[in-house]
Design a protein around this ligand. Structure first.
Ligand code: S3P
Length: 433
């Protein structure tokens, strides 16, 4: 149990650890490239270490510095992955991103893979990747016959396809684009709104022929078959999804002024800035950089917040930040409506249900809906026992809620924050001293 009390003002600065999505991709594409990829700012969190472990098992040498933030990947080229005796078992832990994207890489390999994760990952829908990859010729079976992992992937030659994804999902898009690198003709993935585009950016910089454009019927990401990717050095910016907890805490805890260093600001991820500003948050970029991906330092000061509507094409750009935005909404004056976010139900927990349960326990007025929630803000929050359901984003969001609540908030299984932010609670405590 982790105990949180009402916080004193947050002052000083915090440096945000590496972006989880970009860290995963840097190892995956580094493994498939020719030459050595040097990664700095790597997220040394459990999810990314699951990706490292999978590629090491397939014969890729990956070295981590003692602090885990600098990584070298000795890529063996597009056809360099190996499986002893033609069969390999891979464990993806809590990482849906690893499970889905790696499936697109495994589908064309000349071996069989058995892919399994923890109980949360093994409940998450995999039909969304099994269907498009199957259309490309992949042979993927859900071993429990429920559309979830464990998956058996029997490597097959693949064909290009045009696939219309009903959901805006970067994991689905990335799985299909990775498979498309190995196909015999071009592959196009159409999504209703633009999901995070780290795969498109990074694969292009590794030499793949990949494009993205908005058309009348959605966003088209296209990739051509690829003979070889080429290694390059990667600087991973801080994860805006991790910065989100400090944006929320500094906005909510009276008298705070916090400099949040090294926040990735890729527009396909920066919806939190737009939504928080619409609520009245005071967030100012104080320096901006561009190293493959845009980043900035953000100065956040306490502000009085008001309700807003979060919907439509903004949702994919802040999907992981909705739990902490719900906490902000509970403390804001007036009503906040979150809609078009049914995807929340299939994250590390059913986040419509788990956020509702936690905020209600703390005294908030919140109504879950089929595709989001309605929060009537302004009721004072009180401490409560919060079940995180092993969901890292729940643990960190309710840590923020506990900082503005009367009395003690207890988080069960708060250690799950290590999935994306191992030093979260240390950083939070340090800022309050
Ligand atoms: C991710 C994509 C998103 C996001 C997840 C990371 C990625 O999932 O929620 O935390 O790195 O591609 P979906 O693709 O399911 O939307």
């Amino acid at each position: 149990m982790y105990s949180i009390h009402k916080a004193s003002p947050l002052r000083g600065e915090v440096t945000i650890p590496g972006d989880k999505s970009i860290s995963h991709r840097s190892v995956m594409f580094g493994a498939l490239a020719r030459g050595t990829t040097r990664i700095s700012g790597f997220l040394n969190g459990q999810d990314c270490l699951s990706t490292v472990d999978c590629f090491r098992r397939m014969g890729i040498r990956i070295d981590l510095s003692p602090d885990g933030h600098s990584v070298t990947v000795a890529g063996k080229g597009m056809r360099g992955l190996t499986a002893p005796d033609g069969r390999i078992r891979l464990y993806t832990g809590n990482s849906g991103t690893t499970t889905r994207i790696i499936s697109g890489i495994l589908a064309p390999q000349p071996f069989t893979s058995i892919l399994s994760g923890d109980s949360s990952v093994n409940r998450r829908p995999m039909g969304r990747i099994i269907s498009p990859l199957g259309r490309m010729g992949a042979d993927i079976r859900s071993l429990s016959d429920n559309g979830c992992a464990p998956l058996e992937i029997n490597g097959r030659p693949l064909h290009g396809t045009v696939w219309r994804s009903p959901v805006a999902s970067a994991q689905v898009k990335s799985a299909v684009l990775c498979a498309g690198l190995y196909a015999d003709s071009p592959t196009v993935l159409i999504e209703p709104s633009l999901s995070r585009d780290h795969t498109e950016r990074m694969l292009a910089s590794f030499g793949a022929d990949i494009t993205s454009e908005q058309k009348e019927d959605g966003w088209h990401a296209s990739v051509k078959p690829c003979e070889e990717l080429y290694a390059r050095d990667i600087t991973v910016p801080g994860d805006i999804s991790s910065a989100a907890y400090f944006i929320a805490a500094a906005s909510l805890v009276p008298g705070s002024e916090l400099l949040i260093r090294n926040t990735g600001t890729n527009p396909t991820r920066a919806g939190i800035l737009q939504a928080a500003r619409a609520m009245g948050a005071d967030i100012r970029p104080v320096s901006e950089t561009m190293q493959g991906e845009p980043a900035a330092d953000l100065l956040v000061r306490t502000a009085s917040l008001k309700g807003t509507v979060i919907e439509g094409s903004l949702i994919p750009a802040l999907i992981d930040e909705l739990p902490v935005l719900a906490v902000m909404a509970a403390a804001a004056e007036g009503e906040t409506v979150i809609r078009d976010a049914a995807e929340l139900k299939v994250k590390e927990s059913d986040r419509i249900a788990t956020v509702t349960e936690g905020l209600r326990a703390m005294g908030a007025d919140i109504t879950p809906t089929d595709d989001g929630m309605i929060i009537r803000g302004g009721r004072p929050l009180h401490g409560a026992l919060i079940h995180t359901y092993g969901d890292h984003r729940l643990a960190m969001s309710f840590a923020v809620a506990g900082m503005i609540a009367e009395g003690e908030t207890l988080l069960d299984n708060a250690e799950c924050a290590a999935v994306s932010y191992p030093a979260f609670f240390t950083d939070l405590q340090r800022l309050q001293m």
